[in-house]
Design a binder for this molecule. Structure first.
Ligand code: UD1
Length: 362
């Protein structure tokens, strides 16, 4: 039987939750030979190794070690590294996930080498071109052969951009696949109790978007607003945000606790036990919707509108936060429902589509 050679690419923290169920699925199937490439976009233990350990991910076959840099430097470094990997291995298909710089760089490299690409989490759009991720999403989708959409709105976006319908597959959300299988370990984590946090009595915060954390004044205002909320706030700080907080000399206050970035099970345990989550992350909007936890997203737009329309998410500003938190504390927040096909089986559907592709192309 012929074998289809796949390269799966991951580089930054949110990628790891997305590749885990795909790799697990391909391990169960014959006909695929999979190489895992880690670009090294994220490299700190708390942003990287801990997720490999939590999710039981195997060691990458190839590590590009690109590290941090400007967008051009980082994207170029991944492209140079990927070109060598793809020349050496000659895969039939490259799988990229999400919307980080590594996603875009790997997809562009493969396209220029006429290698087929599958984009997992295709079709999300914030319509905000100041977000680097929006550029990454749009360009990755344009060059991809398989567009695996997590929600109906993502399918509609791709169709409205006239991307051919036979490339678009509505498969559900791979991040939720990981959440579903991890729930027992998440519930068993002692993260919230180790921080002496009472279930339902605190907010968990994550903030790392350039629009929120790159300007010192804005960070000050945000931290002040968080410190004034009517409930205890715990904030595992992303390295990008930590640098800004250190540069402005901001420390914890009595109501706002800053802690190190956490692993997957521990942070999910924090979310599960929180009264609400305050975030600017993409994936966390989805995870809170699945868990039924109120989510306040400190952004002007979201590329994941299904979490607002159907889930527990609302957009927020510094000014709207106190009223929204009051609503949460009064038990007055929408309950939400789990979006279609967020059922833990997205990676299975993706592998099925690709297996049919093997039959057609080999
Ligand atoms: C990246 C993604 C973003 C994603 C986020 C998740 C892009 C354009 N951005 O943002 O979409 O939501 O990851 O975390 O791809 N740093 C460390 N240690 C690390 C990694 C980063 O200290 O392991 C610091 C470096 O100073 C670096 C900065 O964080 O310059 C930003 O890292 P980078 O990967 O460029 O972007 P993120 O803000 O992490």
């Amino acid at each position: 039987m012929a074998t289809w050679r796949l390269v799966v690419v991951a580089g930054a923290r949110p990628n790891f939750m997305k590749i885990a169920p795909l790799l697990a699925r391909f391990d169960l199937l014959s006909g695929f030979e999979v190489r895992l490439v880690h670009t090294g976009q994220h490299y700190d233990w708390g942003m990287n190794e801990i997720f490999f350990a939590d999710l039981g991910l195997r060691e990458p076959d190839i590590h590009l070690s690109v590290g941090s840099g400007s967008h051009a430097i980082q994207t170029a470094a991944v492209m140079v590294g990927m070109e060598q990997v793809l020349s050496d291995y000659h895969p039939h298909l490259v799988i990229v996930v999400g919307d980080v710089n590594s996603t875009l760089a790997a997809a562009l490299t493969a396209r220029k080498m006429n290698i087929a690409i599958a984009h997992v989490e295709a079709g999300l759009r914030s319509r905000d071109w100041t977000m680097p991720e929006e550029v990454n999403r749009v360009v990755t989708d344009v060059v991809s052969d398989y567009l695996f959409a997590p929600s109906r709105d993502a399918v509609a976006n791709l169709e409205s951009e006239a991307l051919s319908r036979d490339r678009i597959f509505f498969v559900g959300n791979v991040m939720i696949d990981t959440l579903v299988v991890s729930l027992p370990r998440i519930k068993a984590s002692r993260a919230a109790s180790a921080l002496n946090l009472q279930p339902g009595k605190f907010a968990a915060v994550t903030l790392h978007r350039p629009s929120n954390v790159d300007q010192a004044d804005a960070v000050h205002a945000l931290m002040d607003a968080l410190g004034r909320l009517d409930l205890h706030v715990v904030f595992p700080v992303h390295p990008r945000t930590r640098q800004v907080l250190e540069s402005i000399g901001f420390g914890a206050s009595s109501n706002l606790r800053l802690v190190e970035p956490m692993g997957y099970f521990d942070f999910s345990n924090l979310m599960l036990n929180s009264a609400c989550v305050i975030t600017d992350s993409g994936g966390i909007q989805e995870e809170t919707t699945y868990l039924g936890v109120p989510c306040l997203t400190l952004r002007a737009t979201t590329e994941r509108p299904v979490t607002v329309d159907e889930g527990t998410n609302e957009l927020a500003t510094i000014d709207s936060l106190p009223d929204q938190v009051a609503k949460v504390l009064a038990g007055d927040w929408k309950k939400g429902r789990i979006p279609e096909l967020w059922d833990g089986r997205a990676s299975e559907r993706i592998a099925d589509v690709l297996a049919q592709g093997i039959e057609r192309k080999l």
